[in-house]
Design a protein around this ligand. Structure first.
Ligand code: A2P
Length: 333
């Protein structure tokens, strides 16, 4: 049988390299072609035990190539132009940019939360949600099913790797005293309450993404959601304080039980022994970690918890590969 063909666009980037790592770890054998900008053309990346050449992405990259899937992580402008070309050539695109996420004809998927959204892919494009949203909706879906959420307040503490190679470099260089190139202010020794551009309503685009994407993924267009997103001097792993209000009353023990039994979630909650989720432990691993689980006594049926995950793995590459795995599984039905 001929091997399935898979394209990886933005293979040299932070998420692109993680695509390769996760594809290897999951043993997804295929005939792969790697794409990036002209700058990287001809360079090689280690992949499945060989050095695989990177090609320049152009308008002829997909036509007649027989790709079944194309994983994209090269920014919104590249996805806007090239995802439709890849889909037209017969591939299902799984796109990590924000370009297609709010298109009603594009499913926005977290496999633990809304796998059923993959039943219809009219444009041949599936969107991978924003990193901070992915890790939040995994536990929130469990809670919504049990107690129906009325309102969510997010406060995030986001790693520099979420801003790609350049973000990572700004922290490294900043620790040696250099001025920032990617962020508007030094990130070393600082917190920047500004991720992506500011919108008319005062939210940043990152905050608005969390609001809109949470509603879409959870099929709760009515949900009241508020977010403040902050960049912090951490290399890997986003942390989030999540405050939730439910329609129905709950017992704390039930929350622990639900989280402990949920797919993709690990509970790290033993405050007496200083056990709670931290990015330093989540980095390089797959689960979404939850802890500091406690009642918010200031409102009826309120809950606070702390949620940490590796933003490049579950927040990006792993989630995209899990979407592709679901689609591959569906091929055999
Ligand atoms: P390159 O490494 O050749 O610049 P990150 O988000 O970590 O900065 O990564 C961005 C990814 O998107 C990289 O793989 C980068 O390739 C790729 N990219 C940027 N611009 C283009 C472009 N014009 N065509 C194809 N890939 C691009």
């Amino acid at each position: 049988m001929e091997k399935r063909r898979i394209a990886v666009v933005g293979a040299t980037g932070m998420v692109g390299r993680m695509f390769l790592k996760v594809l290897e770890e999951h043993g997804i054998e295929a005939d792969y072609e790697l794409f990036a900008s002209a700058r990287s053309a001809g360079s090689c990346l280690p992949f499945f035990g060989t050095q695989q050449e990177v090609h320049e992405l152009n308008e002829d990259s997909f036509k007649g190539k027989g790709f079944s899937y194309a994983l994209f992580s090269a920014g919104g402008a590249i996805s806007a132009k090239y995802a439709p070309l890849a889909a037209e050539a017969g591939a299902i695109v799984i796109d990590n940019s924000s370009q297609w996420r709010m298109d009603p004809e594009v499913p926005l998927v977290v496999p633990e939360v809304n796998p059923e959204a993959l039943k219809s892919i009219p444009k041949g494009i599936v969107a991978n949600p924003n990193c901070s949203t992915i890790q939040a909706v995994v536990p929130l879906k469990v809670l919504d099913d049990a107690f129906r959420i009325r309102r969510i307040v997010y406060s995030t503490y986001q790693a520099v790797s979420g801003a790609g190679q350049k973000g990572y470099q700004d922290l490294e260089d900043g620790l040696c005293g250099a001025l920032p190139k990617k962020f508007p202010h030094p990130i070393a020794g600082n917190c920047i309450p500004h991720i992506d551009v500011f919108l008319e309503n005062g939210n940043t685009k990152e905050e608005q993404k969390m609001i809109d994407e949470t509603r879409k993924i959870m099929s709760r267009p009515d949900l009241r959601v508020s977010a403040t997103c902050v960049r912090v001097p951490v290399y890997h792993g986003h942390s989030e304080s999540i405050n939730v209000e439910f329609e129905r009353p709950y017992e704390l023990a039930e929350i622990f039980r639900l989280f402990e039994n949920a797919e993709g979630i690990i509970v790290r909650d033993d405050p007496k022994n200083n056990v709670y989720p931290m990015p330093i432990e989540a980095a390089g691993t797959d689960p979404v970690y939850v802890g500091r689980i406690r009642r918010d006594e200031s409102v009826e049926n309120g809950l606070n918890f702390w949620c940490v995950a590796d933003n490049i793995r579950k927040g990006a590459a792993l989630n995209a590969v899990q979407i592709m795995e679901l689609l591959i599984k569906g091929e055999n039905k």
